[in-house]
Write a protein that binds this ligand. Structure first.
Ligand code: SF4
Length: 311
């Protein structure tokens, strides 16, 4: 079988913010630390973590749309070619698209149709936009509605329509289902699965592990600004297939596995401990866990835990 091409490769990415305390003291906050992942053609990779774990910053860093006081280090490649700022500007909104978390990305004063067509008025663009709306279960009349006249689920589908009009090769979806009820969220996420099945690489950022498991090929587990495990979605069928204590805690917290709540809470990014970020909550920690822990390959996935074993 032909090997699928790697669309996106992120290596050792870190994102820092420069801040001023009491207006004068300059400090640096390391918000995302040493994250590596790949997305192949036809693959949906979900980055899963709780709110405040820094996962959206990863998406924004890849897209080159971080806030002005943020900077990043690491290496990002697109189809094997280093993704420079200039190259990203050429590709963003065309081959590489963002489906944003906030519906405020839509212009409230512009009807949906022109936003989907990016202002183009020619018959071909109109035809394409109607076809795209139909594909996402919206009829032609939606073209003439303003964002405030649409429900939450419809607005989400408009955001997706806007992104896919350009036939992207890499789709980055940043929490695309907030505020939607379960069925609507499932429907929206199924559209990302369709995009992957049609050959695009999809990077989905989400806090919802259960929904991610329904559509993703691989899961990257995020904790306190870093990736602690990368596993295939099928590894989440059995606790013993998982590699990191936090992933196992997420498994045990699922409704089918007992709703178990791990003691403690995830630290704020500014309070992340040195060494293993999960150490304060980990039942199997040892002294060595207070030193930096590398992200290494294990049983076909990746893990950041010095006690994870080959078995
Ligand atoms: S590195 Fe140590 S503290 Fe961290 S998850 Fe592994 S065993 Fe627990």
């Amino acid at each position: 079988m032909e090997e699928k091409k790697t669309v996106l490769s992120v290596k050792h990415m870190s994102v820092s913010f420069t801040q001023y305390e009491r207006w004068i003291q300059r400090t640096t906050l390391l918000a995302v630390k040493d994250v590596s992942l790949t997305v192949k053609e036809g693959e949906l990779v979900a980055v899963v973590g709780s709110s405040g774990s820094g996962k959206s910053l990863l998406a924004h860093g890849v897209l080159g749309i971080l806030p002005y006081n943020a900077s990043w280090t690491g290496e990002i490649s697109y189809y094997g070619e280093k993704l420079t700022e200039k190259r990203m500007e050429e590709l963003r909104g065309r081959e590489i698209v963002l489906v944003p978390q906030s519906v405020s990305y839509l212009d409230p004063l512009m009807k949906a149709g022109p936003q989907i067509r990016k202002g183009k008025c020619d018959p071909k663009s109109r035809e394409e936009s109607v076809k795209t709306l139909l594909r996402y279960g919206l009829d032609e009349s939606v073209e003439k509605r303003y964002p405030f006249e649409l429900s939450g689920g419809m607005t989400r589908r408009i955001l997706i329509s806007t992104a896919v009009m350009e036939k992207p090769r890499l789709v980055i979806a940043d929490e695309p289902t907030p505020g939607l009820h379960l069925e609507a969220a499932k429907r929206v996420l199924s559209h990302f699965r369709e995009m992957a099945d049609e050959g695009a690489g999809v990077l989905l950022i989400t806090h919802d592990l259960e929904l991610a498991l329904e559509i993703a090929d691989r899961i990257v587990v995020f904790y306190a600004g870093t990736s602690v495990e990368e596993a295939s979605a099928s590894d989440f069928k059995e606790e013993t297939c998982l590699r990191h204590p936090y992933s196992k805690a997420l498994y045990k917290a699922m409704p089918d596995h007992g709703f178990w709540a791990a003691p403690g809470t995830q630290p704020y990014l500014k309070d992340r401990p040195s060494g293993c970020p999960y150490a304060p909550r980990c039942e199997i920690r040892e002294d060595g866990c207070l030193k930096e822990v590398e992200y290494v390959g294990l049983r076909g996935g990746m893990v950041r835990c010095r006690k994870a074993k080959e078995e």
